[in-house]
Design a binder for this molecule. Structure first.
Ligand SMILES: [Zn+2]
Length: 144
């Protein structure tokens, strides 16, 4: 997987190339959705993305948004974070990283992978190797 700097905004003409790199044919709706997601690293639910697209005057159906997000996740263009059974967030920062999750609001903050270290990991099941480790640290506002 190619690593992309989080500060590296994707110019519009690069979006088609980025889709091609991930084996995604660039239909106009996929381009619209990729333009929003890849403009800057962001965490969005499908509904928030739909709202953003409609606000920008795009005519897309909810089904299209869901199907496109599923495809983008399958092809490694974005990452899917399952916060709880009812809430899935899509993350357009592709490099491995961790998250703080504010439980009351659902807000996510990125944690730099260098800021987390493991002193001990459990023994892996036989024949398995680690494919990835992602940490979600749940946080709540302190009661004053
Ligand atoms: Zn993130």
């Amino acid at each position: 997987m190619n690593s992309v700097s989080i500060h590296n905004a994707h110019p519009a003409n690069d979006v088609t190339a980025t889709l091609a790199e991930h084996n995604i044919s660039p239909t106009s709706q996929r381009l619209q959705i990729a333009n929003v997601l890849l403009n800057e690293p962001m965490h969005l639910s499908a509904d928030q993305l739909l709202e953003k697209l409609r606000h920008a005057g795009e005519k897309v159906s909810k089904a299209t948004v869901y199907n496109t997000l599923k495809l983008f996740v399958e092809r490694g263009l974005i990452r899917q974070i399952n916060l709880d059974p009812e809430r899935t967030v899509y993350d357009s920062r592709r490099a491995t990283h961790h998250h703080f999750h504010e439980v009351d609001t659902g807000t996510l903050w990125d944690i730099d992978p260098d800021d987390v270290a493991f002193s001990r990991l459990p023994q892996l099941p036989d024949g398995m190797e680690i494919a990835g480790v992602e940490v979600i640290i749940r946080v709540a506002r302190k009661v004053q």
